[in-house]
Write a protein that binds this ligand. Structure first.
Ligand code: FAD
Ligand code: NAD
Length: 485
């Protein structure tokens, strides 16, 4: 039987659409099947990232940050604005314009690269056969030489907090409020809870974040998480740790409804009442309807599609990438996996380096890191040097009135190789790329210290932290006294 396509990709989120475009660039006849539709039922490309994730959340984070700055920070710099007000419906509409521009951009890229876009759902059968069911038509069987699965993830829901339209919402609903709720509860002090909690806090809500764990952001370097927790608290986020939600109760009627949340903390059972509640307790792999019983693809014990280091599944010529496979649920991780698989199908030999996946939390200041945390290295019994540099000692940060936070760089004590970089500060998301590049090239702290950085820039904080690891940062008094050389 001849193939309809060289490659069929299922899912057009960042992992799938990168895979599809790269396959087409490499000369493969490629189709991408995608079932996502927007709230008006229109088929949309770009997956969670473009439609309900990275992009809309950043559009609201940036808008609400500018609003907060105008209200609270401009006067310090000699800018008087008078009363500033937030037009939330306009912010939401602008966010949608940004999303529409980007999802339309993916459609144009598909067209320009010759990717066939198939709107509907895909289901994998044995031997790379894919059942494609268009949104408005009968199922048809397609044969491919290779299949790439990229169906993504969906929010986890928890029995104590079932969603209720407009009142108890997941991250998608929290991007659509048309006014800042008076009292906003958030379950989960993870990435989504902190980012969306920050948005609505800046727009005027009283935000309470209930987090089951006793520790704040345990995946980040503990020095950074401690400082970040203090700063977010200072901004008005009421973060309650060790608070496990056990029940919710909706009270009232119509637009007077409120939700009472019951949670357990060290003092026993507590209750809080909110006007809206966001449930942000993690995401899970989405595989509904994806695999026919004879597909040959297996799941792991947590429900992710099982793949090896090269994203190959247990079925011949079938690969899986993005949130649906092990590793962090991050758009850039899925994008690199998609490109790697496309190039491997073409016989190239790329690898994804999972040791240098950057993480960013887009609060203000931003929190970004790559590599190992100090607590991980300590637990592993490694010998290391630490260089830290506070933005309060950085000229550009002072000029910009953005002095909170620090850069912390950790290097191996023997080889001086950089093991981890942690940034809490303005534009940390941009600065972390310098650390990723350095680590990809196996740089030492000394290498970074010997490189010239433009002055005055926030990036000089990275330079100084690298110098600090050897005990000779210029713009601070070093605790560790180096030798005479
Ligand atoms: P998805 O983006 O989920 O796309 C999967 C696509 O496959 C969807 O279009 C889906 O409809 C389609 N599909 C599923 N099953 C089928 C099927 N059987 N047939 C056809 N189509 C199918 N990550 C970051 O790196 N940075 C951020 O700043 C960031 N912010 C986020 C903010 C929020 C609020 C959320 C929710 C997530 C955020 N993420 C962020 C995570 C990021 O969105 C995901 O890691 C990323 O979208 C995963 O990409 P993916 O391609 O694997 O899956
Ligand atoms: P998360 O895993 O980051 O955080 C969920 C938090 O909820 C955890 O701290 C957990 O302890 C807590 N929790 C779970 N059950 C609870 C309960 N019953 N009561 C109180 N707390 C409870 O998940 P998320 O914030 O939902 O984000 C999901 C994924 O989306 C993440 O994996 C992240 O990688 C991705 N994402 C990334 C970005 C970014 O890169 N900036 C932004 C948003 C989302």
């Amino acid at each position: 039987m001849s193939n309809d396509y060289d490659v069929i990709v299922i899912g057009a989120g960042p992992a799938g659409y990168h895979a599809a475009i790269r396959c087409a660039q490499l000369g493969f006849k490629t189709a991408c099947i995608n079932k996502m539709r927007d709230k008006d039922n229109k088929p949309v490309l770009g997956g969670t990232c473009l439609n309900w994730g990275c992009i809309p959340s950043k559009a609201l984070l940036d808008a609400s940050h500018k609003f907060h700055e105008a209200q609270h920070d401009f006067a310090d710099m000699g800018i008087n604005t008078g009363k500033v007000s937030a037009d939330v419906p306009k912010m939401i509409a602008r966010k949608q314009e940004v999303v529409d521009g980007l999802t339309g951009g993916v459609a144009a890229l598909f067209q320009g690269n010759g990717v066939t876009s198939l709107e509907g759902s895909g289901r994998l059968h044995a031997n790379c056969q894919v059942a494609f069911t268009p949104h408005d038509g009968p199922e048809q069987m397609l044969q491919a030489a290779h299949v790439i699965l990229a169906p993504g993830s969906v929010p986890v829901d928890i029995p104590p907090a079932p969603l209720e339209d407009g009142l108890i919402v997941d991250s998608t609903g929290a991007l659509e409020f048309t006014a800042a709720p008076g009292r906003l509860g958030v379950i989960g002090a993870g990435v989504i809870g902190l980012e969306l909690g920050s948005v609505w806090n800046r727009l005027g809500s009283d935000v309470t974040v209930l987090e089951a764990l006793d520790e704040f952001l345990p995946m980040a370097d503990s020095r950074i998480s401690r400082d970040a927790q203090r700063m977010l608290k200072g901004q008005g986020l009421d973060i309650r740790l060790g608070a496990r939600v056990t029940a919710t109760e909706v009270k009232g009627r119509g637009n007077k409804k409120t939700v009472t949340v019951t949670y357990q903390d060290k003092d026993g059972e507590q209750q809080s009442e909110f006007d809206k509640l966001i449930v942000a307790v993690g995401r899970r792999p989405y595989t509904e309807g994806l695999l026919a019983p004879d597909s040959g693809v297996n799941l792991d014990e947590r429900g992710f599609l099982y793949v090896n280091d090269l994203c190959a599944t247990d079925a011949p010529n079938v690969y899986a990438v993005g949130d649906v496979v092990r590793g962090p649920m991050l758009a850039h991780k899925g994008m690199e996996e998609g490109v790697m698989v496309a190039e491997r199908i073409a016989g190239h030999k790329p690898l994804v380096n999972y040791d240098t996946v950057p993480s960013v939390i887009y609060t203000h200041p931003e929190i970004a890191w790559v590599g190992k945390t100090e607590q991980q290295l300590k637990a592993d019994g490694e010998n290391y040097n630490v260089g830290s540099f506070p933005f309060a000692a950085n000229g550009r940060a002072l000029a910009a009135n953005e002095t909170e936070g620090m850069v912390k760089l950790i290097a191996d004590a023997d080889s001086d190789r950089i093991l981890g970089v942690h940034v809490l500060g303005p534009q940390a998301s941009e600065m972390i790329a310098q650390a990723v590049i350095s680590m990809e090239f196996s740089a030492s702290a000394e290498d970074l210290g010997l490189i010239m950085f433009a002055h005055p820039t926030l990036s000089e904080g990275v330079h100084e932290a690298a110098l600090g690891a050897a005990g000779h940062a210029i713009h601070m008094v070093n605790r560790k006294k180096p030798g005479k050389k």
